[in-house]
Design a protein around this ligand. Structure first.
Ligand SMILES: Cc1cc2nc3c(=O)[nH]c(=O)nc-3n(C[C@H](O)[C@H](O)[C@H](O)COP(=O)(O)OP(=O)(O)OC[C@H]3O[C@@H](n4cnc5c(N)ncnc54)[C@H](O)[C@@H]3O)c2cc1C
Length: 375
């Protein structure tokens, strides 16, 4: 019988990175997944993810983002693949809104470079964008997008090269601690491991239920709209953009291929009871809201849909992550409740989970993400 140093449940966005870092550190590691990542049944699909440093959600994320940027650069170098595209990220909203005030606060606290645009300057600098009244813009040049499935694929391939084992289409139904080992049960296998890392995405609701932090699953929609004009393309140096409007927060990406411009709404979403209730069905009200945004703020873009996808956000009560070691189960470490903004951190979170599983500690500043804040 093999006893692994570490077993990783869930090798999607964060778990693929954890698997890579663990294998690279020399640990004997196995990653298990209910599907075959990269797949489109969880939270890490749909072509692209935004990455930005001047973090409006909270300045405490910035040191982790510095680590994450470095991690993505290392992944690009090790895999010899282009995964990060620094198009810049333009954030637009009222001066006192959550987004603009939050970006300014993070940028000031961490001396991050951002360029400011008045309402009039936005349309001149970015033809094709019509900002709502009373809105300003902040452009962070050291920001852009990641190719989400390609990042996961790169991590998994490198993890295997470093000696990791993978069991895909292998849902873990139960795990328990016997003496000083974790014992995991799937349909076909029993796995023994000294340390357990859980990166279950939307399934963390069940896998980490004993943390007693309520996790809400939101079904979120992504749309690709046909584009006929050059302004909205990566070739025209169009940035990733995020608008805080009175109707909601909308974001999108420059056109990078024949599918057109990808757009989505960040707030809202349909609450579902669990990840098992997820489906790819469309949400008509959400689509109409995104179309209304296009007609108002990007009027030269067509509203002809070329592609649609649905994906899950796993929300904590305060929309900040849960990262750390289990307060009662020694040897159990997790990253969960990434609340719709976690992919950009996956490179750093994988390293942090590796540190916790191999040394019991990490130098990364994750204290603010401890689930103890809810107790
Ligand atoms: C529409 C959308 C847009 C987003 N945009 C951004 C963005 O622009 N920037 C950003 O930073 N973040 C963004 N996010 C958030 C980000 O994508 C997620 O936070 C991140 O990808 C989640 O990674 P994860 O590893 O937690 O989950 P996943 O990648 O879903 O991985 C969880 C894995 O666990 C597996 N699993 C679950 N249960 C079991 C089990 N019992 N046994 C075995 N395997 C199991 C699943 O099959 C899955 O592969 C977005 C999310 C969505 C849905």
């Amino acid at each position: 019988m093999t006893t692994y140093d570490v077993a990783v449940i869930g090798i999607g966005g964060v778990g693929s990175s954890a698997l890579y870092h663990l294998a690279k550190s020399g640990a004997r590691v196995i990653g298990l997944d209910r599907f075959a990542p990269p797949h489109s049944l969880g939270s890490s699909h749909g072509q692209t993810r935004v990455i930005r440093m001047a973090y409006f959600e909270h300045p405490d994320y910035v040191p982790l983002l510095r680590q994450a940027y470095q991690g993505w650069a290392e992944l690009e170098s090790a895999s010899e693949r282009s995964l990060y595209f620094p198009t810049g990220v333009l954030q637009i909203g009222p001066e006192s809104g959550e987004v603009i005030a939050g970006v300014r606060k993070s940028a000031e606290q961490h001396q991050l470079a951002i360029d400011s645009f008045s309402h009039e300057e936005i349309s001149k600098a970015f033809p094709g964008l019509v900002p709502p009244e009373n809105c300003v813009g902040l452009l962070e040049r050291n920001a852009g997008y990641l190719l989400v499935s390609e990042c996961i694929d790169a991590y998994l391939k490198l993890a295997v090269q470093h000696g990791a084992e993978m069991a895909t289409n292998c849902p873990v139904h139960a795990w328990d601690k016997e003496a000083d080992e974790y014992v995991l049960q799937s349909d076909t296998r029993t796995i023994h491991a000294k340390q357990l890392v859980i990166c279950g995405g939307a399934w963390a609701q069940q896998l980490l239920a004993d943390l007693n932090v309520p996790l809400t699953i939101l079904r979120k929609q992504l749309y690709w709209f046909e584009n006929q004009v050059p302004h909205y393309t990566s070739g025209a140096s169009f940035p990733v953009f995020l608008f805080e409007t009175v109707g909601g927060i909308y974001y999108g990406f420059p056109q990078i291929d024949a599918q057109g411009v990808k757009l989505a709404r960040h707030d809202g979403g349909e609450t579902i009871a669990s990840a098992q209730a997820h489906s790819q069905s469309e949400d008509i009200a959400d689509r109409q809201s995104v179309e209304a945004f296009v007609q108002t703020c990007m009027p030269q873009l067509s509203t002809n849909l070329t592609r649609h996808a649905a994906c899950m956000y796993t929300m904590t009560p305060d929309q900040h992550f849960l990262v750390g070691s289990h307060p009662e189960q020694s040897g159990l470490h997790f990253a969960a409740g990434l609340s719709g903004h976690g992919f950009k951190f996956a490179s750093a979170l994988g390293q942090i989970l590796c540190d916790l599983a191999t040394t019991g500690q990490t130098a990364s500043p994750i204290g603010f993400l401890s689930p103890n804040r809810f107790s």
